[in-house]
Ligand binder design. Sequence first.
Ligand code: ADP
Ligand code: MG
Length: 474
Amino acid sequence: MAAAWQDVVRDAAAVREAAAVAVDAALLAGGLMRTGEQPNASDVVNFAPFTLLPSAVPQALFEQAYAVQQDFNLLVDAVSQNKEFLEQTLASTIKADDFTARLFRIYMQVLEEGLAQTVFLGINRSDYMFDCGLDGTAALRQIEINTIAASFGGLTSRTADVHRLVLKVLGKTEEASRLLPNSPAKGLALGIAKAWELYGSQKAVVMFLVEEVQRNIFDQRCVENELWNRNIRVVRKRFRDVFEQGSLDASRRLYVDGQEVAVVYYREGYMPHIYNQQSWEARLLLERSRAVKCPDIATQLAGTKKVQQELSRLGTLEKLLPGQPEAIARIRATFAGLYSLDEGEEGDRIAATAIADPNRFVLKPQREGGGNNLYGEELREVLEKIKDSPERTSYILMDKIKPQPAPNYLLRAHSPLQVSECISELGIFGVYVRQGQKLVLNRAAGHLLRTKAIEHADGGVAAGVAVLDTPYLV
Ligand code: ADP
Ligand code: MG
């Protein structure tokens, strides 16, 4: 992709002035994060990291990503309701990966008991990179779809205003007027409110299930405040609170600290290390309840890397979305090469190919939250070690996407102002609500652009690698 701001990137004085304006504008707009030193205090905060300049994104690919989001919502929802598919797809994984196995056990347990939940709410974010072909044209390639705790739908809405101002300071008023408004938090809140309404109890609350360490609280507050604007009560609880204060009544209504809970919105629960015996018990209690879980455990499983890999297998989408060839074509057009490492000839062959040419691939375990994937020499070493062991099946392989870098400045607290070669990842938020078998809401709810320096292979904003950005459509 052509760098959009060649002239300003080289003008050190203009960049310094714009950066000072940008940081203050971000603070004023509420683009905030708690600090690493005091991650649970709101009296010392700083700006959430962001790019000085909006990054160029090809308009056609941006539109393609929006156009396929409702299809991805349907697909995730279909996978979450397909026990046979989940069982078959995850059969090898749960033998090798204890975390997925524990989630799967809860899934089976709640199915055996019979679901009390009748309203379903999905909030996901489908992430893409722009793969640069040999002829220089870029293609939209899905990195993954996040079906639990997809974040930054709140803070990202602040970034476009900041970039609009920065471009004006740099004398680019016309370009500033072209930045799109974007407000995923409103869309997420709309979905949560719809689920709350269908649950049908005026006095019930929406419970945000939050982490022990809550650095990214302001992002969540954006969604919370949208709910309060609709006169819906919001409470924030941790797994530990649910363990201590949670219970079900005879019809499996969920009560936490005396309040009935209509919707449980997980912003926690996707990393193995946060689970102890108490949190597993709390998780089971929530899943057994009538409350609308966002996501329910089936939908969390639908977001595993193993499911993503199996979806790319020829014929799978046709089984999951029968009679919807157009949706299938739109979905498949975004897939990168994905490969199973299950035991057997297919897995042996691709493992050998990746060992011979590791820079073509990314090796992914069943984990979320950044920093878990393996690249290059490390990929080769690990794969060499596990290639003949059952551990291999806890991973999948994916083609490595190679976007065209562009120069930008990554603004971070306590960091020097310096130009970096950067690549971006576009996320589209999806929201849907289903009551029984009837889909009552299905839409794209906004976008998130995250940008990082090319020297980092992995990691998002919360991991301290990527920063918030705004697409500048070209
Ligand atoms: P996580 O669930 O940990 O977020 P992802 O699959 O999103 O896992 O990978 C984390 C990061 O690694 C992505 O944000 C992206 O920067 C990088 N990444 C993942 N897959 C690829 C790929 N196929 N090609 C290039 N980079 C990738
Ligand atoms: Mg990711």
